[in-house]
Design a protein around this ligand. Structure first.
Ligand SMILES: Nc1nc2c(ncn2[C@@H]2O[C@H](COP(=O)(O)OP(=O)(O)O)[C@@H](O)[C@H]2O)c(=O)[nH]1
Ligand SMILES: [Mg+2]
Length: 177
């Protein structure tokens, strides 16, 4: 288990913390999205996360208040069973990731989104379609999953990465008010 602490140079204000699950099939780019967010780097070296990495990352919300995201990057082939495991306990929301080059990951994404919302009622999710740099422009246009918007992202170029994490943070904050 790795624990990292990063912040977007926020002043040392007291800050509430929320736990966010990073979910999606192996290889869709969960760890890459997290690395892009936190370190602004990208690598093609494929190394499957063993177990779980925790990254704490502070963001500033639209109202100027800071929020600490404690992001759980879980890997391995847990599928939906992760939702009922102790890993998911206390999660405030989930970023659910699919791979624009592998349509079969989108079905898994839909299952995880439904599963999370069923297991963790009223906690927000954010659907992210990653690797859009690898598909022709427009090819990744997706019908929203059951009314949920899908954020198109690329850990390789950085497109949509902050937007995805921030929009989830914003939804969590909205629900807490
Ligand atoms: N071209 C491209 N490759 C990506 C992107 N995101 C991840 N990858 C690659 O996809 C592979 C799996 O990424 P990884 O973050 O380990 O996936 P995870 O198993 O979901 O954590 C790695 O080789 C990454 O370099 C992306 O946005 N664009
Ligand atoms: Mg990973």
């Amino acid at each position: 288990m790795t624990i990292l602490n990063q912040s977007e140079s926020l002043p040392h204000k007291s800050c509430s913390a929320v736990k966010i699950m990073l979910l999606g099939p192996i290889g869709v780019g969960k760890t890459s999205l997290l690395r892009r967010l936190v370190f602004d780097t990208f690598s093609y070296d494929y190394k499957t996360t063993i177990g779980v990495d925790l990254v704490s990352y502070d963001v500033e919300l639209q109202d100027g208040r800071p929020l600490r995201l404690v992001i759980w990057d879980t890997d391995g082939d847990f599928g939906e069973s992760i939702l009922t495991s102790s890993y998911a306990a206390g999660a405030s929301g989930a970023l659910v990731v699919g791979d624009a080059t592998r349509p079969q990951t989108l079905a898994r994404m839909a299952l995880l989104l439904d599963g999370f919302e069923r297991t963790m009622p009223r906690r927000p999710t954010c659907a992210v379609l990653n690797k859009v740099d690898l598909v022709a422009p427009g090819a990744a246009e997706l019908k929203p999953f059951g009314g949920r918007p899908v954020i198109q992202a690329s850990a390789q170029t950085g497109r949509g990465v902050r937007k995805a994490f921030l929009s989830l943070a914003q939804s969590i904050q909205r629900d807490r008010n």
